[in-house]
Structures are given as structure tokens and as C-alpha cells.
Write a protein that binds this ligand. Structure first.
Ligand SMILES: [Zn+2]
Length: 74
């Protein structure tokens, strides 16, 4: 992912991947200025949407086992 901080244009971003149901939710954090934003399935999203998605997934009992390997953030 070639992302750029929209605030300070820093390229070194801290990326935290979270799987929410079938969706790939990513928290991107800028180490330089502290800005944070979210992406869902590759698109920018709001934290409220992420929370709603997580709640919807929890409610529908979407705790399916997926073969997706757990990535270790370095
Ligand atoms: Zn920044």
C-alpha cells in the first residue's frame, strides 16, 4: 500500500491490520505527526463505521474460522 500522510506527507506509516468479519480493516497511524485514519477494504473510512461493522459482525455471530494467517506487525 503506498499511502501518504494527508497531514504531513510522511511516508513511514504504522499500519495495523484488523480483520472484522470478512472485511479487512486497517488502522493507519503516522509516526511523524500522530494522525490516524482508517481504511476498510482499501477505502478510507470513519472510525464510527468500523465500530458499527464490528458490532454488526459480533451480533450476527460471525466468528467463522478463516484460513487467513495472522500477520505479525513489526
Ligand atoms: Zn503525518
Amino acid at each position: 500500500m503506498d499511502a501518504l500522510c494527508p497531514v504531513c506527507r510522511e511516508k513511514e506509516l504504522v499500519i495495523i491490520e484488523l480483520g472484522v468479519g470478512d472485511h479487512e480493516v486497517v488502522l493507519v497511524s503516522c509516526a511523524a505527526c500522530g494522525s490516524r485514519w482508517w481504511r476498510r477494504d482499501g477505502f478510507e473510512t470513519q472510525v464510527a463505521e468500523v465500530v458499527e461493522l464490528a458490532m454488526t459482525t459480533a451480533r450476527s455471530g460471525g466468528r467463522r474460522k478463516s484460513g487467513r494467517p495472522t500477520k505479525t506487525a513489526s
